[in-house]
Design a protein around this ligand. Structure first.
Ligand SMILES: Nc1ncnc2c1ncn2[C@@H]1O[C@H](COP(=O)(O)OP(=O)(O)OP(=O)(O)O)[C@@H](O)[C@H]1O
Length: 309
């Protein structure tokens, strides 16, 4: 488990991280979300021993990154999608060999591991090709392999699929989900909220360095009052049918085009449809719009901005 208690980081006058309490257990992907400048990268850099906090404590599997940085570095690794973290003039295999040497991994362990990692990220065929000839997606996949070279217990992923084409991003997501299934603890920041929704069981939302909310994606959406919306198109909408629909529930709304809308925590699709039909309505279509995590994050961040203002 990685745990932070009252984590705080100041850059001069600027407070980038302000009292964060995070728990990142093994065996699942934990999300860290917030708008630009919320403090995500700063937090990840502290966990990765690249920055030192101003106050508060961090524990990485019981180790203190400030007092035991070398021991911590053996157990964690960082992959930042926006940064080039491999050498262009070396081949894929040479890169992994080089980073493996930095971790003092014995040759008899390192050699088979490099083979396994190249296989895992689908680069076996390009192992002997220089990285300067790789596509962006291949380079990013090699960065993932580099991040796994020390077989870390915890992996910190800062925008790992940034700028990648959809199929490559999807492959990477599978790799990340597989790592959590193996028992590794993963912390993920991403601007692609569909990715967070798919991968993360638990998400922290921060704003201006402060805790705003935490929970599963579904819980966060519920906290902000975001539910699925049922949109029923009625082809012969009349005042009588409208009255019956509006009487069904106080949350029913009428939208242009003969659409009856209901945004409700419970699934009332069947009951509302029956009410409309029984009052003489003819159905032209039924659409269910799922709430998005993006809406929830924006609502949470907006709320906090209003509180600050
Ligand atoms: N070295 C630094 N010196 C001064 N201010 C900094 C430094 N690094 C970060 N900051 C400030 O701290 C705040 C948090 O930055 P951070 O990069 O952690 O945010 P973020 O959530 O990762 O944002 P983004 O989504 O844009 O990457 C920002 O206001 C940023 O300008």
């Amino acid at each position: 488990m990685i745990e932070t208690v009252n984590l705080r980081k100041e850059f001069g006058e600027k407070v980038a991280v302000d009292g964060l309490n995070l728990s990142i257990p093994g065996g699942r992907v934990t999300g860290l979300l917030g708008l630009n400048g919320a403090g995500k990268t700063t937090t990840i850099k502290i966990l990765a021993t690249l920055l030192r906090q101003t106050s508060g404590t961090v524990s990485v599997g019981g180790l203190d990154p400030v007092r035991q940085p070398h021991a911590v570095r053996k157990r964690i690794n960082l992959i930042a999608g926006g940064e080039r973290m491999v050498y262009a003039r070396m081949t894929g295999r040479e890169n992994l060999w080089y980073f493996g040497q930095l971790y003092d991994i014995p040759t008899k362990v390192l050699k088979p591991r490099i083979g396994q990692l190249l296989e895992l990220v689908g680069l076996t065929h390009a192992a002997g090709t220089r990285v300067e000839q790789y596509s962006r997606g291949m380079t990013q996949r090699l960065s993932i392999a580099r991040g796994l070279i020390n077989d870390p217990d915890y992996l910190l992923l800062d925008e790992p699929t940034l700028g990648l084409d959809a199929p490559i991003a999807r492959d990477l997501r599978k790799v990340v989900a597989g790592l959590a299934e193996q028992g590794k603890g993963v912390l993920l920041t991403s601007h692609y909220l569909a990715e967070v929704e798919q991968l993360c069981e638990h998400v922290y939302v921060i704003g201006d360095g402060r805790h705003l909310a935490a929970g599963s994606p579904a819980e966060l959406m519920a906290q902000t009052g975001r539910h699925r919306t049922v949109r029923i198109t009625v082809t012969n909408l009349s005042p009588q049918i409208e009255a019956a629909a509006l009487a069904f529930d106080s949350r029913v709304r009428l939208a242009p085009g003969g659409v009856v809308e209901l945004n409700h925590p419970d699934d009332l699709t069947g009951a509302l449809t029956t009410t409309i039909i029984e009052s003489g309505g003819a159905l032209g279509g039924l659409e269910i719009v799922e709430p998005s995590l993006e809406d929830a994050i924006l609502a949470l961040s907006d709320r906090s901005l209003k509180v600050v203002a």
